[in-house]
Design a protein around this ligand. Structure first.
Ligand code: F0G
Length: 448
């Protein structure tokens, strides 16, 4: 076992490196860290990944995360040695990322006005705990076990806690989850209890829960598995790898994500930067991030809607004072993020710097949509026989909005990530009970 992996500050004018044998996630200069590797992977791996789709009883080939294990081999194992894989890699029996890949959905394509053959959505809700978080959690818990930790900790709007609790129970770890009281979907809360986590209810929003969980993790010796953790980001890169593999490594024109704490688009950016640097892709897709109108910090800052100043990566010289002024403005005016899509009800996105880097690298766009648009998006995905939650409905909603503005062209290739499955059925039921909703099909009485 020989790991050539290190952690490195993302700030180009700092670049301090840290060993991976600790759980430091923030550089002394304040920026977050990337996991970086010594070696450039061989392009022949593309063929190996393809062959592993016939997994021949090997759960690390079956897993849609560990199938790409050479691209996140921070453990430094011999990736062909199943014994070493089983000793170190955490997997829920090969199920993370196993069934999620781009699917064509003609009714959604029609709704957003993109040519059907060029339009794909990738249902990450098909993961074992029902959201994209499992991609990252498999990697983060692998790192936690390398450090021999006893307890993992997170704050969550629901899906992270479900995923953390699921892996913790399977790996015999303790798990503390900090959640904003009354602000998470019942299906998600139920999972945390069912998987045996210690639920800690916080009177406040997700941002408050995250602050508290970080303080307590340090005090009580827990390992944080929120997306601040760079190993989470490594696992979530595989969402992009599965997209690329399905498209024969011909990048789409657009990749579209909901934006919450902005971990997912950070991993998308890192995956694309790496693939481009290695020469595996020749073109960089544009990334579209979609905020909810009621939780639109990133949208407002990037588009210059606060203090008339546009926030950008700027080669790492981010205007952090602008971010602080915006957060102070939120605090002083008691503005708390508010949307029915509670998964992305976040006012202080922890990965904002990495997200800005993604927007810069991909010439990306940040849009914002109303709750009703997300509900319509969720409903039309359902009409294609796929299940997603309201936050994921922001993806069709955002594409539709950019299509209307003619920023996305009708014949461009678009892949959207449906981040989670429905865990609050009342949203779907209430949507369909109201016949004024675009896709509503209200129940009728039995005719005698
Ligand atoms: N979609 C779903 C279904 C989510 O659960 C989340 C985040 C996002 C999108 C946003 O992703 O944070 O990487 O920008 N949920 C977190 C949680 C915050 O605690 O479950 P992001």
């Amino acid at each position: 076992m020989r790991s050539g992996a290190k952690k490195k500050c993302i700030n180009p004018s700092c670049g301090i490196e840290y060993s991976i044998d600790n759980d430091i996630y923030r550089c002394s200069c304040g920026f977050l860290l990337d996991v970086v590797y010594d070696e450039i992977p061989n392009k022949n791996l593309i063929e190996t990944f393809y062959q592993r789709r016939n997994y021949m009883g090997n759960i690390f080939n079956e897993s849609g995360v560990w199938r790409y294990r050479e691209l996140l081999n921070f453990v430094g194992i011999d990736t062909e040695d199943i014994h070493e894989c089983s000793k170190f890699l955490v997997s829920l029996d090969g199920s993370e990322g196993r069934s999620s890949r781009p699917y064509q959905m003609s009714k959604v394509a029609n709704y957003v006005d993109i040519q059907s053959e060029n339009f794909y959505l990738q249902p990450e809700g098909y993961n074992p705990s029902g959201s994209f978080k499992d991609n990252g959690m498999a990697a983060a818990v692998t790192h936690a076990k390398l450090l021999s930790v006893k307890k993992i900790v997170c704050a969550s709007t629901g899906n992270t806690s479900a995923s953390a609790a699921m892996y913790a129970s399977n790996e015999d770890l303790e798990c503390d989850v900090y959640i904003p009281r009354g602000e998470i979907a019942p299906g998600k809360l139920g999972q945390a209890f069912q998987f045996g986590a210690q639920v800690i209810e916080v009177d406040g929003n997700f941002d408050d829960a995250l602050s508290l969980s970080l303080i307590n993790a340090t005090k009580e010796g827990g390992y944080t598995v929120n997306s601040l953790n760079p190993f989470r980001i490594e696992g979530q890169k595989t969402i992009v790898f599965r997209i690329m593999e399905h498209l024969n490594w011909n990048p789409p024109d657009w990749i579209v994500y909901p934006g919450g704490a902005l971990g997912n688009i950070s991993s998308c950016g890192k995956a694309l930067m790496e693939l481009y640097k290695w020469g595996w892709i020749k073109r960089i897709p544009r990334v579209l991030v979609v905020n909810a109108n009621g939780a639109d910090t990133f949208y407002r800052l990037v588009n210059g809607l606060f203090d008339n100043s546009k926030l950008s990566w700027n080669g790492g010289k981010i205007d952090t004072q602008l971010i602080e002024r915006f957060y102070r403005y939120q605090d002083i005016n008691k503005i708390s993020p508010k949307t029915l899509a509670t998964a992305i009800q976040i006012g202080k996105p922890a990965n904002i710097a990495k997200a800005l880097r993604t927007i810069d690298f991909t010439n990306g766009i940040v849009e914002s949509v109303d709750d009703i648009d997300m509900l319509d998006g969720m409903a039309v995905v359902g009409l294609n026989g796929f299940d997603c939650e309201m936050a994921s409905g922001s993806v069709p909603a955002g594409i539709k909005k950019l299509r209307k503005k003619e920023i996305i062209k009708k014949d461009e290739v678009v892949v959207g990530v449906l981040t989670g499955r429905q865990k609050d059925p009342s949203l779907a039921i209430n949507y369909h009970l109201n016949k004024s909703n675009m896709f509503a099909k209200p129940p009728r009485d039995h005719l005698t």
